[in-house]
Design a protein around this ligand. Structure first.
Ligand code: NAP
Ligand code: SF4
Length: 673
């Protein structure tokens, strides 16, 4: 008996039988946008199909040029494009999988000057102002959707998903926020619904019983969004028009409520999905912040949904489903919802990948091929870079010994997972610990490897990480001054009034950690972000409740720039908002004068200031730890002619981040032997 009987049971979507309830949700990777990437795209999807996923949904393809996400972005408008896509559909079918194409019109989110929408209202997150579609053009656009679906079927796709959520064109027609028309396509709730209903009706007319999934926005999370009654009415009309199943979306891209990043509680939106399920008779798919088979199974078992969509978790681990089915869920490389290599890349015009799996979208470029000989590899340091190297090398069949000075693996990740809302980082360490065990890596904890311990290995990879930088400030050795590492590791207890020196990623995280009330509940989280019942509040938005905090925190930096501007593109705004909600005082352009019994003395704008604090937490970046590497550089220690590699923070501390560390470790492991 499987641990996930609901998740692994088949489901019929019209003529299509899915082998299980796992949908790999749509995710624009950038590979969709160029014809020359079609084989990379096919390899990316084929690997997920091989991993057992029930239904894959592609990134968005525009039904016409005005609907492009950016200039020359993906579209499905010609027979030639459909013929090219056969490479994708055949690759997925060869692995026993099924794949749906998502048809997406960007509307006012299009990043080009020819964007169109229901009105001329510009999106707050886009510098381009759209033109308002004429009534005729709206009509043509509905037909374009149907034609794209027909072409997708021709290309061999098993289904389509019509993108009606996240604030794209269809959503723009539905909400008064963006639709102020007075013609047949706006002016009343009923007329605002006409466009999506026409899209589905014409599609159904053209493609017969072909499965058509519609992604419906359950909570817009923007002002003047839809009410629940409108959403329920829309769902019923769409079902009548011929929708085979509903996928669900939460929040427009411009919403200022986080919906998918780590700090969003797992399965936060399931109750609203259950509400839709009660309104319709076709299958409903839950989405957003579902990242383990346990959570997915629980949602299905409770009857809240019929399918579960996971996009990023399938980037993180293409074998998610097979591992769950084989009783190896503890070997799943879990998505930690960081957005750093997926959505941050997408929104910066870079090809997506995954922080914990740098092979994602690079399947044909970063290959862990079996090693020719079982050579020996010593990896020194079990932080993210060392762990990635050790596991990737062992997966290739190399004999790996991993040395770690500390009694546990994890390095900087062990600190990161202490930050509220970053608990998911613990999953990465669980994954690595289990893989090391399964791959029989010789792990030597509490062992500081010196040059003499490394003789006889064919390869040595130095991943000795970083240590916190100690800035030259008078009084830095005062008992009030403590390092972020000691604070996060729980080695020191910090008083009620705190100053934080350095406002990089860690300074921001530590400020949140210090202010955070550990008694915060799920309901508190929703209330802090102003999420309310969409029956009572349009768009599901209500007044925000103040956050409860346990410390007074002042975050200080020397730069004049606003604090936190260097944080992730798609998550930085939420971290900055948390600081504000937590009442963290922010000081830029400071010079540190001294730390003494009174607190932290600063000069800001030529004026001396005293922060009367109990502690000063130093988050002033890191320095590489390279003693071992320096010692190994002399050939005297390279017994047997081992090659020595340097990875992670030990290599570059200035831009230390786990994305670079894990990628570098994996690449080094791929090239060994
Ligand atoms: P960081 O980003 O390099 O920031 C350290 C800050 O300390 C600098 O911004 C600098 O600001 C200040 N500083 C540097 N030298 C100093 C000195 N001698 N005296 C006083 N202040 C000094 O490093 P981090 O915050 O430790 O983060 C390390 C890495 O972890 C980051 O690069 C990031 O990639 C990763 N990280 C990311 C996130 C995330 O949310 N994505 C979260 C945590 C960590 P001023 O010069 O302006 O004072
Ligand atoms: Fe998940 Fe982060 Fe990977 Fe994106 S980059 S798939 S959020 S782990």
């Amino acid at each position: 008996m499987s641990d996930y009987p609901h998740l692994l049971s088949p489901l019929e979507l019209g003529p299509l039988t899915l082998r299980n309830r796992v949908v790999m949700g749509s995710m624009h990777t950038g590979l969709e946008d160029a014809p020359w990437h079609i084989d990379r795209l096919a390899a990316y999807f084929a690997e997920r199909a091989r991993g057992g996923v029930g239904l894959i949904v592609t990134g968005g393809y525009a039904p016409n040029k005005r609907g492009w996400l950016k200039p020359f972005a993906s579209e499905m408008t010609t027979r030639l494009q459909a013929a090219r896509h056969q490479r994708v559909t055949e690759a997925v079918h060869a692995e026993g999988g099924a794949i749906a194409m998502q048809i997406l019109h960007a509307g006012r989110y299009a990043y080009h000057p020819f964007s169109v929408s229901a009105s001329r209202k510009q999106a707050p997150i886009n510098p381009f102002k759209p033109s308002a579609l004429s009534a005729k053009a709206v009509d043509r656009t509905a037909t374009d959707f149907a034609r794209s679906v027909a072409l997708a079927r021709k290309a061999g796709y098993d289904a389509v998903e019509i993108m009606g959520s996240e604030g794209y064109l269809i959503n723009q027609f539905l909400a008064a926020r963006t639709n102020d028309r007075t013609d047949a396509w706006g002016g009343s709730t009923e007329k605002r619904m006409r466009f999506p209903v026409e899209v589905v009706r014409r599609t159904r007319e053209l493609v017969g019983d072909f499965p058509v999934m519609y992604r419906i926005s359950l909570l817009d999370l923007v002002e003047d969004g839809q009410t629940w009654e409108e959403t329920a009415e829309l769902a019923s009309r769409l079902e009548e028009a011929g929708v085979t199943a509903f996928n669900t979306g939460i929040g427009w891209h411009e919403a200022r409520v986080p919906t998918i990043i780590t700090q969003v509680p797992r399965a936060a939106w399931r109750s609203v999905t259950a509400r839709l399920k009660a309104e319709v008779s076709v299958p409903v798919c839950a989405s957003n912040r579902i990242n383990t088979p346990e959570v997915a199974e629980e949602i299905l078992a409770a009857g809240d949904a019929d399918l579960v969509s996971m996009a990023r978790p399938l980037l993180a681990d293409p074998d998610f489903v097979n591992k769950a089915a084989a009783g190896r869920a503890d070997e799943i490389n879990t998505c930690i919802a960081c957005n750093q290599a997926c959505l941050d890349h997408t929104f910066s015009n870079k090809t997506s990948s995954c922080l914990v799996n740098p092979r994602a979208c690079h399947e044909t470029l970063l290959v862990l091929s079996p090693a020719r000989r079982r050579e020996s590899v010593a990896v020194v340091g079990a932080g993210p870079a060392g762990l990635a190297t050790a596991v990737s090398a062992a997966e290739r069949g190399l004999a790996v010994t991993l040395f770690e000075k500390a009694p546990q693996i994890g390095g900087q990740f062990r600190l990161a997972m202490q930050v509220p809302g970053k608990e998911e980082f613990a999953e990465t360490l669980r994954y690595y610990a289990r893989r090391l065990e399964v791959l029989e890596v010789d792990v030597r904890l509490s062992t500081e490897a010196g040059p003499d311990d490394l003789g006889g290995f064919d390869h040595v990879v130095v991943a000795t990480g970083v240590e916190p930088r100690v800035p030259q400030i008078e009084g830095i050795d005062h008992p009030k001054a403590v390092s972020y590492a000691d604070v996060l590791a729980g080695r020191v207890t910090v008083g009620r009034r705190v100053a934080v020196i350095g406002a990089g990623g860690i300074g921001v995280d530590v400020s949140h950690f210090l202010a955070h009330d550990p008694g915060e509940t799920f309901d508190d989280w929703m209330a802090q972000w102003g999420v309310g019942d969409p029956s009572l509040h349009r768009g599901g938005l209500t007044e925000r409740k103040p956050r409860s905090v346990v410390r007074e925190v002042t975050l200080v930096q020397r730069k004049e720039t606003p604090i936190g501007i260097g944080l992730g593109k798609t998550s930085g705004w939420a971290h900055r908002a948390v600081l504000k909600q937590s009442g963290v005082r922010q000081v830029s352009g400071a010079t540190y004068d001294r730390i003494d019994d009174a607190g932290l003395h600063l000069t800001v704008g030529g004026e001396p200031q005293l922060l009367e604090v109990d502690h000063v937490v130093v988050c002033a970046g890191q320095e590489s730890v390279r003693d071992l590497y320096d010692a190994l550089e002399g050939p005297a220690h390279l017994v047997g002619g081992a090659t020595v590699h340097l990875v992670g923070g030990a290599d570059v501390a200035a831009e230390l981040d786990a994305k670079r560390a894990i990628k570098q470790g994996t690449e080094v492991a791929a090239a060994l032997g």
